[in-house]
Design a protein around this ligand. Structure first.
Ligand code: PAF
Length: 278
């Protein structure tokens, strides 16, 4: 496995690779969710390339860029174990050199949910992902369904800009009790870790009611909210039941629906989602 820190060095190695390339972009602090992306990429391609870059432009001024968990040595050992061929690990100045002034803005679907709670977040994500795609030149790129809106934004960008790659959505990997794996779970205290399960419980509650025939979104949302409000560590940021492609809120579930939520558990903001009707 080769670790490349500059675009020039990376491109020199990339040029030597023939056959299909699967790409897994990450911000590091890897967990089984990331490894699932790598394994899927390996199953479907001859070569797997990963990147590790904590992208400052997708964090707001008050967000956790500086405290975002990092453990590069461990990440690299995990990627090596999974037979990743190249790891692109640029410094901030390599990705955003002096004078950098070109940004990718995906409109409409970025206006709500994560986009509303985290202004500028998707501008940072779309820009860095577009730049990584240009550098890595993958045939396919792998993203987790846990970040459902990110996935929708990237699919929109790829389609709108006619980028020549496939985006592969990989199901969320969960802890045995149901908590979605996330690099930010490390911030939870033991008590908060227990409380964090309320996200998964709320999604299961919605699914349970839907399976029994409930189609009214306001009632489902209300049920979810009252479950979460009973958890003292939890503070709801949003609960959404929306069209999975446009992310517009719906009133009645009569076609596939994305149920997503963002909840603060103590100081840690967690997101999760499930699809109904697929
Ligand atoms: O999902 C992430 O880890 C990041 O948003 C990504 C896609 C690597 C871009 O920085």
């Amino acid at each position: 496995m080769k670790i490349l820190e500059t675009i020039a060095a990376f491109k020199a190695e990339r040029d030597k690779i023939g056959g299909s390339v699967g790409f897994v972009p990450t911000m590091g602090y890897l967990h089984d969710g990331h490894l699932e992306l790598v394994r899927r990429a390996r199953a479907e391609n001859i070569t797997v390339i990963a990147s590790i870059f904590v992208n400052p432009s997708q964090f707001g001024a008050q967000e956790d860029f500086s405290s975002y968990p990092r453990d590069t040595e461990r990440d690299l050992a995990m990627l090596e174990e999974e037979n990743v061929r190249l790891v692109f690990m640029p410094a901030i100045e390599e990705m955003y050199p002096q004078g950098f002034s070109t940004w990718v803005e995906v409109e409409k679907i970025t206006e709500r949910l994560e986009g509303e709670s985290r202004p500028g977040h998707f501008r940072g994500v779309a820009t860095v992902v577009a730049k990584l795609f240009n550098i890595v030149q993958p045939d396919s790129a792998y993203f987790g369904q846990k970040d459902a809106q990110q996935l929708a934004v990237i699919c929109r960008m790829v389609s709108d800009l006619g980028l020549n790659l496939d985006i592969v959505a990989v199901p969320t990997v969960r802890e045995p009790d149901g908590l979605a794996m996330s690099s930010r779970n490390i911030f939870l205290t033991a008590e908060e870790r227990k409380a964090a399960l309320v996200l998964w419980k709320a999604l299961c509650l919605a699914r349970g009611h839907w399976e029994k025939g409930q189609r009214d979104v306001a009632s489902l949302r209300q049920e979810m909210a009252s479950l979460i409000e009973h958890e003292p560590f939890a503070n709801i940021d949003y609960i959404s039941i929306a069209d999975p492609e446009t992310l517009q809120e719906i009133d009645v579930i009569d076609s596939p629906a994305l149920v997503s939520l963002a909840v603060r558990i103590g100081g840690t903001r967690l997101i999760d989602n499930t699809m109904l009707g697929v």
